[in-house]
Design a protein. Structure first.
Lengths: 388, 388
């Protein structure tokens, strides 16, 4: 097990009706003037935005608002939010929405107190100051409600990049599974795929003997695999929604990743797909993960066999472990298909002839991406081709 | 799933050599004058105490010290620590040791800024102020390094009682598995038993459909069951010690308990045993848990069958689920025996004739303890008798 730090100081308020505590929580964590940051009109139509405003008002917390976050959130709105925070002397950013609204809020929170361009932090600069961020989650997927990360697409070149800092962890997150019951099936399935991907990036590692983290990863995967079909069959199944929602947090606050080398190459490959075609992140991951797995499984056949046996309940073929390993990957593809996810480029609207462009924007050059197998540009080309 | 709050803001520094960061961490979390609180001479002999002092000194942090914490820590030393903190204007309590040192440090930390008797908090009074606590863990067991709880035995009547408050969570905990390699086999096994018990108190619940928490519980149990025999066979197995150490934290910071009713009656019954006979807490739990399980399993046979199948790998007997349930309990007893734990009163030095005394100090009266099954005094008598 590698040395590690684990610090997840977010206060989670989970369950029915908890959004009505937003005002109290903002106050508890020091906010007096809030930027409410969100996406489209669904939180307006549902009445959620009004409930949040009432809750803030009841606690004497002032607010302004900025909507318009899109999936794969863009730099333009971040710049706008930063300006607004400075002009209005906002001291707290409250995201209401899914991972996109939260990631955009995090970028605003680190950009507002910084004199330079917030994009510096997405090029690797260390964050040393940020406004506190709170979240009210409406979509179980990205895990951004408990993570120290943000992913933003810069409109100049459509570069999709991530940034991470302890200062970006939300100080509180309100998770009410009821708010996810109205999600369409496709978004529900994309969310499940996204959280499974967060576990995969941590599960497939060269670090040996991290049994506790392996087991926690498997716990999250088995939960998502069991509960997602229930939520698809009955969107109002509160219990399924609740299990999925909490699993999404556990999948990405890094309790499933400590003590080990993580990979993250598949996320990088997918980011190029979703930046170029503006496809849903979860859908892109469903296409890329099986391809990556098939390409790298020989790096550690027994780890993939463990995945097949423990997560999918495959019977171990002790004579041919690679058959078991491959069966696990096939089960994953079958699961994706069963929940309505694509598993091929064509289902995404992606094209084989764009592969050179995808590789080009990844900017691997003579370097590599990922850690489980360090992938060269040639490897990435092969993996994209496996996904066609 | 029930509504819940989850807040685990402890900073964990895990791995080899991390105790040398004690000074930096105390400073980061606002300490300028520290009470170092510990048990016996082992941390002096091993050189650990000196390393900690050097680390504090290097950061310009002043310190005083108070040793002498005993297993099942006592009120007398807590009163002494509180006096010392007030007199010396200490602003940070640093526990170096296992759960006893940490629990004692927590009690001092809530008692020092309180004008009344600290024992009030162990009689149910709400904590509203505390000195920050940091820990350097030397024994994987109690999970106090990540928990919001403390258990103290009051010497007036030998009453063993618990108190809980968010303000008692350590602000940081340093977990170096190397520090546990010198532990005797018996203490290692007691520690494993203690962390398993923390999971059991949460796992056996009447709350339905908390799949994610069930799975996380099972992950911790399977890890402890797999790794403890390795640490006993080879005390210097760093990887086994590391998995056990982190599992002990995960078992008790409540990530395994959220969203569900918890039980805790077995801990109460055990507290009376360890208060009366001063036996190791883990050993007492190994005696009490199988007895409790046998007594209550009919409350939810399928939950006990799930425990048997998922945790112990038993084959489900679909015609006779109660046989599978019972087999899981027998496997647990067999495991305890295999790691050198007692499973009967006589092995503890406890006596059947003391059962009325044990029940008397529990002070159940006409009430009940626990939640999975609400146990009356008669039930408790039956369970103690099953353990004889």
């Amino acid at each position: 097990m590698n040395n590690f730090n684990f610090y997840s100081p977010t206060y989670f308020a989970f369950g029915k009706g908890r959004e009505n505590e937003a005002g109290k929580l903002v106050k508890r964590f020091g906010g007096s003037k809030v930027l409410i940051h969100y996406g489209g009109g669904s939180i307006i139509k549902s009445g959620l935005l009004d409930r949040v405003k009432v809750s803030l008002h009841n606690e004497g917390v002032a607010y302004i608002e900025l909507g318009g976050v899109v999936p794969n959130p863009r730099s333009g709105l971040v710049y706008e939010g930063i300006e607004l925070c400075r002009k209005e002397q906002v001291d707290f950013v409250l995201a209401v929405g899914g991972g996109s609204a939260i990631d955009s809020a995090k970028a605003i929170a680190i950009g507002a107190p910084y004199e330079g361009d917030f994009w510096d932090f997405f090029k690797g600069k260390r964050v040393d100051k940020a406004l506190p961020v709170g979240t009210i989650l409406t979509l179980s997927a990205a895990g951004s409600e408990g993570s120290a990360n943000s992913v933003i697409t810069h409109e100049d070149g459509m570069l999709k990049r991530g940034s991470g800092s302890e200062l970006m962890r939300p100080v509180f997150s309100i998770l009410n599974p009821e708010l996810t019951c109205s999600l369409p099936a496709f978004q529900t399935a994309c969310g499940a795929t996204d959280m499974m991907a967060h576990v995969f990036e941590r599960y497939f590692t060269n670090t040996k003997n991290v049994e506790i983290t392996d087991r926690l990863c498997e716990a999250v995967l088995k939960t998502v695999i069991a509960e997602t079909p229930k939520a698809l069959a009955n969107p109002n199944d509160y219990e399924a929604r609740a299990n999925i929602m909490w699993a999404g947090m556990v999948a990405h606050n890094d309790i499933c990743g400590v003590g080990r080398e993580q990979d993250w190459s598949t996320h990088q490959m997918e980011h190029e797909l979703s930046a170029l075609y503006d496809v849903a992140h979860g859908a892109g991951l469903a296409v890329m993960f099986p391809a990556w797995m098939k390409y790298v499984m020989r790096q550690d056949v027994l780890r993939f066999a463990q995945f097949a046996v423990r997560v999918w309940g495959c019977e171990m073929d002790f004579h041919h472990p690679e058959k078991t390993a491959l069966e696990g990957i096939h089960r994953l593809e079958h699961f994706y298909t069963s929940i309505g996810m694509p598993i091929r480029f064509s289902q995404l609207g992606a094209k084989a002839e764009d592969i050179p462009t995808l590789i080009n924007t990844l900017r691997i050059g003579t370097g590599t991406i990922g850690f489980f197998v360090k992938l060269t540009a040639d490897d990435v080309k092969n993996i994209y081709e496996l996904a066609v």
